[in-house]
Design a protein around this ligand. Structure first.
Ligand SMILES: [Cu+2]
Length: 499
């Protein structure tokens, strides 16, 4: 079903993109650059962020937001913003139950934040628009990890600036470990058989600088790049020596939906979604990921195609296809790996246990606007949730601490602009109850914090709001949509709180 959606929708999106007049006629493409040799550089693996001894408290992990420059193309430097280096940030690795401390320095000349995407964390340490870090300031969140093993990530979330900051390079992985996951027969040697893949796309000007411009078309369709980058590199290779390899994949793009495949046509085994391990591996020949989502997959590296190289293929919803990564295996070809049978049993909250149901409508154009596209845009009514733009002074939903809720999320396609959206909730991991009335496909049946909604779709999710009170965000994770106001706030309150 997903495949059919992707094919028909991407043809539609490509047609729309072709019709629009893009101001980037001169943008760089890797394949057009004569100095660029594909698959000639090894994949960069972001280093693990090592904590240093705290002053009597938990060991401290230091993140510093800085400007820098990074070379995507030979001989060209791209100005960037990132954490602790020229592009992206280090991988944060913590354990369930661990007390963690971060010192986040802002050495940029503008405000930013650091949001721990997917993390169940007290609201004041969530790193959303309510926790701005001013230039020169240090933000010092301290909290305890209270959730199972998962691949999360971190990125800025300052009001109206999220898209620009992420595009410039501010993002990193945030991996949680626990004893149960450690005991499973899964590849878990970071950088050896447990490989992070941060997939993004970028467009560049001829001088190598990022072309992050938000014309109306870009806001509606997202800023979509024509160069695919993995861990900040265009067409890298990775050399692997273990027969079974785990890839922790983040769609860290601003607004792209990706379809991932292996050039061999072989199946990959999906073992985890946003919030942790699935009950059992799910074999798929292609995996669709929306902006903000993570999946972990296992790949049998011994099953290399004859006389050709194995590539990870990435198709964009906008219509472009890329040989994104070359996977070279230098181990023993006769040693076929054993796939784990079962992973992590989990039971989502029963539908009957829900205390409340809400309807959340993601609208591309508010009803009754009456005008054409441009007029709607001028009116500022284009991208809303339940008819409203984000307002920091307004709480959109109030949720009683300890309650379980069903959210029915609707992508309203009543307007003539049919756009996909990517709904993300802070604070919780949820389960999908159904998608258009049908139970979720197995790869989507695990813990999630971000969900794709094709135009016209209706997805019901269930989540329990536990442990923490305070204000959290829910929003479209297509960052140009988020920054244009497709975001709301929910407040988790204690029963005794004054309403
Ligand atoms: Cu959206």
């Amino acid at each position: 079903m997903n495949r059919r959606h992707f094919l028909s929708r991407s043809a539609q999106a490509a047609a729309i993109a072709a019709l629009s007049s893009t101001p980037f006629a001169a943008v760089l493409k890797a394949q057009a650059n004569p100095a660029f040799a594909p698959f000639s550089r090894p994949l960069y693996i972001p280093p693990i962020l090592e904590p240093i001894a705290g002053n009597g408290g938990a060991p401290i992990r230091t993140l510093t937001a800085v400007t820098g420059a990074h070379s995507f193309f030979p001989g060209l430097q791209t100005p960037t913003m990132a954490f602790n280096g020229p592009f992206l940030g280090p991988t944060i690795r913590v354990r369930n139950g661990e007390e963690v401390a971060f010192d986040v320095h802002n050495e940029l000349d503008q405000v930013t934040t650091v949001h721990w995407h997917g993390l169940h964390v007290p609201a004041r340490w969530d790193g959303g628009p309510h926790q701005p870090i001013q230039p020169g300031d240090i933000w010092r969140p301290r909290f305890t990890i209270k959730q199972q093993a998962a691949t999360l990530w971190y990125h800025p979330h300052a009001m109206g600036l999220t898209g620009e900051h992420v595009y410039n390079g501010m993002a990193g992985l945030f991996i949680i470990d626990d004893d149960t996951a450690d005991a499973l027969p899964l590849p878990q040697e970071y950088g050896v058989d447990d490989i992070p893949l941060i997939i993004q796309d970028r467009r560049f000007y001829e001088d190598g600088s990022f072309a992050y411009v938000r014309a109306m078309h870009d806001v509606m369709h997202g800023v979509i790049g024509n160069n695919l980058i993995i861990n900040g590199m265009i067409k890298p290779y990775i050399e692997l020596t273990r027969p079974l390899v785990r890839f922790r994949i983040l769609n860290g793009s601003n607004s792209s939906i990706y379809r991932l495949r292996l050039s061999s046509g072989n199946r990959m085994q999906v073992i985890a979604s946003d919030g942790g391990l699935l009950a059992a591996p799910v074999p798929l020949t292609e995996l669709i990921m929306t902006a903000g989502e993570r999946y972990e997959i296992l790949v049998d590296c011994t099953a290399q195609p004859k006389d050709t190289s194995l590539h990870l293929l990435v198709d964009q919803y906008s219509g472009n296809s890329y040989e994104a990564l070359e996977i070279r295996y230098t181990g023993n070809i006769n040693k076929r790996p054993a796939m784990p049978g079962k992973l992590r049993p989990h039971t989502p909250p029963a539908e009957s246990s829900a205390d409340n149901t809400r309807t959340i409508v993601m609208e591309t154009m508010s009803r009754g606007n009456g005008g054409g596209m441009e007029r709607g845009m001028m009116g500022g009514n284009r991208l809303t949730i339940n008819g409203r733009h984000m307002d920091m002074a307004r709480i959109d939903e109030r949720i009683k601490l300890g309650s379980t809720e069903i959210w029915e999320i609707v992508n309203d396609s009543a307007s003539r602009m049919q756009l996909p959206h990517s709904m993300h909730l802070h604070d919780v991991q949820f389960h999908i109850l159904d998608r258009n009335g049908e139970p979720p496909e197995p790869f989507e049946a695990g813990r999630k914090d971000t969900v794709l909604l094709w135009p016209g779709e209706r997805v019901r999710i269930i989540a329990s709001f536990l442990d923490y009170t305070g204000i959290y965000m829910f929003h479209c994770h297509m960052l140009e949509h988020e920054d244009a106001g497709m975001m709301g706030q929910f407040e988790v309150y204690r029963d005794s709180d004054t309403i």
